[in-house]
Design a protein around this ligand. Structure first.
Ligand code: G6Q
Length: 549
């Protein structure tokens, strides 16, 4: 239930919106040379510039009041102390323990989880070192050259995104790591096409070990090994990551190849757990450890920094400002880093699965909008496509730009252009282009008055379009860990303000059930009268076309 304090804080924000709505950001910058200093914050080597937002100090203070009124402090402490804040699944939310570096005990249900966490990390280290070093080999004694992770959703998106983002830390000549998630057989077939069974190691990653897509792909991978080698090869060519140890053993995976995790780790927060095993294989344990340490540093920042210096809190509040007070429905994440191509998709799950909720913790309908639509693509590609709408469309889209100062294994001269594009976009979005500027530009090009009159409206840019820019020296494992944890905490804070459970996913569970009901009727024509007429029509059409072939 929302509280009078939260309602008052939102009311105050409405007032601030009225107050600043008529002021263009271009004027805010013109009138305040210290605006960058006032509205940027650093944590270690990470800079957040949030000065290109529709804010002033009054707005920020009102947003911090909202965070206080919503009890962000209290909830953050409840999370860290292992309370069952995932109420609908009656679970603690303790992914921070997976990367915790300190000496304190971290307890869930009265038990210090750190010894078990560290035990699994040690097992990951040993296994990844041995596979990379060639001490663990395939059934025929050959070194593994390829690892295929089979998982979906939280058991795929995190490790797949991280492996790609940290490509400079991998050594594909020695070991390549692939990810298969879709039940579309093309995904597995295309991945296996260039691989040899005798040098391929599969990791079946599934928290529940019951997810249909993953189990279907795992069974097909198992047949691929058995057909090429034999049944006894399964134990050498498969490892598993799961909380369901019994089901892994039943599949034929040796107990010393099963890496466990716990029900207090949500799927989309599991890249820090044994779900990160393929990452450790790809980049080596030392780098995986640096990735965990980066996230732990962000946890410390989130837990200790005052709201006004707290990067995840600031990002969360700006998001709420735009979602609820201005009514902007989407938020774009635009990494200027080709290797981060899967980062927006990863954040889509992290944010939309967490905050795509319409009921409050006590089961009532929410009274204001919750999670925005998260989307994006790397720059500069997006500039030649959808940025048109961000600049001149009728919908305002707040953006996060992410860029590194340096790149690894880059080609001389490219990176300066990449950074220049990133900075230029946020500047253009903020400034826009006025009628006077457009007219002057067209006049200078020699255009006649009639032409100028016709063309000028099309060349106007309203500007005043908000963005955050995150700048860091280099996308190291540690920095990527920081960035991911930063967004996790942003999503958490927003969930607290909206008073929703950010840690369940009943919408995903529905998908898991629905396909099961309909699969027999897709396999064979059957009585479909219990379905709606559209579904009946689709099934009939499908079977008609199928028999025609
Ligand atoms: C994540 C979701 C979901 C889940 C997948 C895979 O938070 O719960 O994306 O990760 O459905 O589930 P399994 O790991 O159990 O196969």
């Amino acid at each position: 239930m929302t509280t009078p304090e939260v309602e008052a804080a939102f009311e105050a924000l409405e007032g601030h919106k009225q107050r600043i709505a008529g002021t263009h950001m271009r004027d805010m910058f013109a009138n305040d040379p210290a605006r960058f200093d006032s509205f940027s914050v650093t944590y270690g080597e990470l800079l957040l510039d949030y000065s290109k937002n529709r804010i002033d100090q009054g707005v920020m203070d009102a947003l911090f009041d909202l965070a206080k009124a919503a009890g962000v402090d209290k909830r953050r402490s409840q999370m860290w102390h292992g309370e069952h804040i995932n109420t609908t699944e009656d679970r603690a939310v303790m992914h921070m323990a997976l990367r915790y570096q300190g000496l304190e005990e971290v307890t869930v249900d009265g038990e210090n989880v750190m010894p078990e966490v560290r035990e699994v990390l040690a097992a990951i280290e040993t296994f990844s070192d041995k596979v990379r070093g060639g001490q663990i080999r395939g059934a025929s004694g050959k070194k593994f050259t390829d690892v295929v992770n089979i998982g979906i959703g939280g058991s795929d998106l995190g490790p797949a995104m991280v492996t790609q983002a940290l490509a400079p830390y991998t050594d594909p000549k020695k070991l390549r790591v692939h990810y298969v998630s879709n039940v579309d057989g093309a995904h597995l077939a295309d991945t296996l096409a260039g691989l040899s069974p005798s040098t391929t190691l599969f990791i079946v990653a599934s928290k529940t070990f019951t997810t249909d897509e993953t189990m279907t792909n795992a069974r097909s991978a198992r047949s691929w090994i058995v057909n090429a080698l034999d049944e006894t090869a399964v134990s050498s060519h498969f490892a598993a990551v799961s909380t369901n140890i019994a089901a892994c053993a039943k599949f034929g995976i040796d107990t010393d190849r099963i890496f466990g995790f716990w029900d207090w780790v949500g799927g989309r927060y599991s890249v820090w757990s044994a779900i990160g095993l393929p990452v450790a294989l790809a980049i080596g344990y030392k780098n995986f450890d640096a990735f965990l340490k980066g996230a732990a540093a962000m946890d410390k920042h989130f837990r200790t920094a005052p709201f006004k210096d707290n990067i995840p809190v600031i990002l969360a509040l700006l998001g709420v400002w735009y979602r609820n007070v201005w009514g902007f429905p989407t938020h774009a994440v635009l990494p200027y880093d080709q290797r981060m191509v899967r980062f927006p998709a990863y954040l889509q799950q992290q944010d939309m699965e967490s905050n795509g909720k319409a009921v409050t913790l006590d089961g009532r309908s929410v009274t204001r909008d919750t999670g925005p639509i998260i989307w994006g693509e790397p720059g500069t590609n997006g500039q030649h496509a959808f940025y048109q709408l961000i600049h001149q469309g009728t919908t305002v889209i707040p953006c996060d730009f992410l860029v590194a100062v340096r790149t690894r294994n880059g080609i001389n001269g490219h990176h300066v252009k990449l950074v220049a594009n990133c900075f230029a976009q946020s500047e253009a979005l903020m400034l826009g282009k006025t009628a006077e500027e457009v007219v002057a530009e067209l006049r200078a090009s020699g255009m006649k008055a009639d032409g100028i009159r016709a063309l000028a409206p099309h060349k106007l840019f309203p500007g005043n379009r908000p963005s955050n820019t995150l700048v860091y020296p280099e996308l190291t494992p540690g920095m990527l860990g920081k960035l991911i944890a930063m967004y996790e905490h942003k999503v958490f804070v927003q969930g607290v303000i909206w008073n929703i459970n950010s840690f369940d996913q009943w919408g995903v569970e529905l998908g898991k059930q629905l396909a099961k009901n309909i699969a027999p009727k897709v396999r064979e024509p059957a009585d479909t009268s219990m379905h709606d007429v559209s579904t009946q029509g689709l099934l009939t059409h499908y079977h008609n076309l199928r028999t025609k072939r």
